[in-house]
Design a protein around this ligand. Structure first.
Ligand SMILES: [Zn+2]
Ligand SMILES: [Zn+2]
Length: 439
């Protein structure tokens, strides 16, 4: 096929909306990974990783068939066996499915669950937004419907931002009520919009019948204007929901978390009730969209055949967090220097160096090298780039004396150490180097 051949001659490129995480970006990912794991451990969240592929109906039944995530953005396909599967567009439904399937309620309540991995949405690619992106999710499932858990989930994300040194952010919170008060509010909202139907965008005219709450989410200018006078949900909450929301806010105040009440915040997924929240980077980076978001989803388990199970959770978008860090010049902490660079002088030393490398690495010592370079100064220049703390130098003389020169690259001081004591010496020096951050 000549046409196919031509295309390959141009070379392959990543699929639209997909991105490569290059080694130069890895320090940001390491930082994020370490911060998320540290917080999960400190707050008692255990990791749960559902598979990337799920039954597409799982998302239709929970996130909602008319939600943008399911109707426009989900990668769904039929397998050769005829099953309709989807690449997960988010974590929560898969986590809920796993919770029910494995009877996790028996393992204690509440279950605090943590996830971190790729999700997929066929969205318009733009800065910080990809079709494969990474979510860091925290969920508190089962146990009492206690507002303290809503506040704790929100607090966990403020701690994540703090750990990444992202300190200018906005938190928007709202309550979208429960089964008792939401239908009444929906009716008032429908009446309000029905009388102004002509001014609505085409999408919203359709949404009005399916879910009027989603009109509050529309970004079209004509609909944006109508939101201003739309009835406010916070005025219509039932007494239980109002009390719940008030407590959430009090807990947030207790830990000094600043928030903005945002009565138009509804989140575009059907399973949410009561508390919903979104974090934005303040200033220019607000244009990246929400960097973390979530809410309470007490009815989700029922939607997929379980019992009523109070739950609250949220997820942060890793690529967006990294985009904010880069835009603000927040560098991930440098490598901690607990790395050795092995340099050699001469061809016999090169051969012996190969054996020494294997030996040190087997002992768990991270060793870099530039063995293909002959000049010692070129090798030591490479050591600088690696930000190694120590250099080992192996030359003709050292081979005959069964020694290795160890040089502290920060002070420039060096000494010869017997070959059979070198690993021990490296470990000793690393132990006194202290902790300059995560690696
Ligand atoms: Zn209510
Ligand atoms: Zn609209």
């Amino acid at each position: 096929m000549p046409q196919a051949k031509q295309e390959h001659e141009k070379g392959f490129r990543a699929v639209k909306g997909m991105h490569d995480v290059l080694p130069s970006d890895q320090p940001y990912w390491d930082r994020l990974d370490a911060a998320a794991r540290d917080i999960a451990r400190a707050y008692g969240f255990s990791r749960l990783e559902p598979p990337i592929l799920e039954d597409a109906d799982l998302y239709k039944k929970t996130s909602g068939e008319t939600s943008d995530v399911v109707s426009k953005e989900m990668y769904a396909f039929r397998t050769k066996g005829g099953d309709l599967l989807a690449l997960r567009p988010e974590y929560t439904p898969g986590t809920a499915r796993a919770y029910l399937e494995h009877n996790l309620s028996r393992a204690g309540q509440p279950q605090k669950l943590f996830s971190m991995g790729p999700v997929f949405r066929h969205d318009r690619p733009q800065l910080g937004r990809y079709r494969q992106f990474t979510q860091i999710g925290f969920e508190t499932v089962a146990g009492p419907n206690d507002p303290i858990y809503d506040a704790e989930i929100i607090h966990v994300f403020t701690e994540l931002l703090k750990a990444l040194r992202i300190d200018q952010w906005k938190l928007k919170v709202n309550s979208i009520g429960c089964r008792v008060c939401r239908p009444l509010y929906k009716k008032q909202l429908t009446n309000y919009y029905k009388s102004r139907e002509k001014e609505l965008c085409a999408d919203c005219k359709e949404r009005l019948a399916a879910n009027p709450l989603r009109l509050l989410d529309c970004k079209e200018a004509s609909c944006e204007a109508l939101k201003e006078k739309a009835p406010n949900f916070l005025d219509k909450l039932c007494a239980t929901c109002a009390e719940h929301f008030k407590s959430v806010l009090e807990y947030l105040e207790e830990v000094g978390t600043m928030y903005e009440l945002e009565s138009r915040l509804v989140r575009g997924l059907d399973y949410y009730d009561r508390t919903v929240f979104e974090f934005y980077a303040a200033g220019e980076e607000e244009a990246l969209g929400a960097i973390a978001a979530g809410g309470r989803y007490d009815y989700l388990m029922e939607m997929i055949g379980g019992h009523l199970t109070p739950a609250v959770g949220g997820a942060a978008g890793a690529e967006r967090l990294i985009a904010v860090m880069k835009a603000r010049g927040i560098a991930p902490p440098p490598r901690n220097g607990k790395r050795v660079f092995l340099a050699h002088a001469g061809s016999l030393a090169k051969r012996k160096a190969f054996g020494l490398l294997a030996e040190l690495r087997r002992q768990g010592i991270a060793v870099s090298e530039a063995l293909s370079r002959e000049s010692l100064s070129a090798q030591l220049k490479a050591a600088d780039k690696e930000s190694a703390g120590l250099a080992l130098i192996l030359g003709q003389k050292e081979i005959y004396e069964h020694s290795v020169i160890i040089r502290d690259l920060r002070t420039g001081l060096q000494e010869a150490v017997p070959r059979d004591r070198i690993a021990e010496e490296i470990k000793k020096r690393f132990a006194t180097m202290g902790h300059a951050g995560h690696q």
